[in-house]
Design a protein around this ligand. Structure first.
Ligand SMILES: [Zn+2]
Length: 168
C-alpha cells in the first residue's frame, strides 16, 4: 500500500471485527478498495436479488462492474497480470478483461470506460489499482493512465512478462 493512498477500512468502521475480511485486521484499505467495496454495498442495496459476479445483466452501470469485481476479488487478486479493453459499439461502454499469465481472460466487465473523466473511468482506475498494484501504486496513477487512453481504441497493459507493452 502506498502511504498516501491508505484510508480507514469501511468494514471496520461498520462493526468491529477481530479479523476483518476486507482489511485483514489492519484497519486500513487503499482508496481503490474503498471505492470498490462501497460500490459492492450500493449494488447490494439496489439489487439484493443480484448475487452473481456477472455484470452482463446491467451493462454500462459502473457500480455493478465494481461489485462483480469485488465478489470475485479473492480469486482474481494475484492471478491478474494484465488488463485490456476494447470499445463495444453495441453498448455505451466498452469491455474490459482482466487476464492471467497465460493470456486467458479471468473476467470481463461491461460498465467501465476510459479516455475522459467520469464514473466509468474512475471505476476502471479503481480496478486497475487494486488488481495491478505493482503497476499502479496509487489510484491517481491509475486514473492518469485511464484518462490518457484513446476513447475509441482498444488498449492493453501488462505487469510483467516478455514483450509487455509499456502502455501510454
Ligand atoms: Zn477492516
Amino acid at each position: 500500500m502506498h502511504p498516501i493512498d491508505v484510508l480507514p477500512c469501511p468494514l471496520c468502521e461498520l462493526r468491529l471485527r477481530r479479523r476483518c475480511r476486507l482489511c485483514g485486521g489492519s484497519g486500513r484499505v487503499t482508496r481503490a478498495l474503498r471505492e470498490i467495496y462501497s460500490a459492492h454495498r450500493l449494488a447490494k442495496a439496489l439489487a439484493p436479488e443480484w448475487r452473481g459476479a456477472d455484470d452482463r445483466q446491467r451493462p454500462g452501470v459502473t457500480i455493478f462492474s465494481l461489485a462483480a469485481y469485488y465478489r470475485r476479488r479473492r480469486f482474481l487478486r494475484g492471478k491478474v497480470v494484465s488488463a485490456r479493453g476494447r470499445p463495444d459499439h453495441e453498448e455505451a461502454f466498452g469491455v474490459v478483461e482482466l487476464v492471467d499469465g497465460d493470456g486467458r481472460p479471468l473476467t470481463a466487465l461491461r460498465g467501465l470506460a476510459w479516455g475522459y473523466g467520469g464514473e466509468g473511468p474512475s471505476g476502471l482506475a479503481a480496478i486497475l489499482a487494486d488488481a495491478l498494484p505493482g503497476l499502479f501504486p496509487t489510484m491517481e496513477d491509475a486514473r492518469r493512465f485511464v484518462m490518457a487512453l484513446p476513447q475509441d481504441e482498444p488498449w492493453a497493459i501488462t505487469a510483467t512478462g516478455p514483450g509487455s507493452p509499456p502502455g501510454p
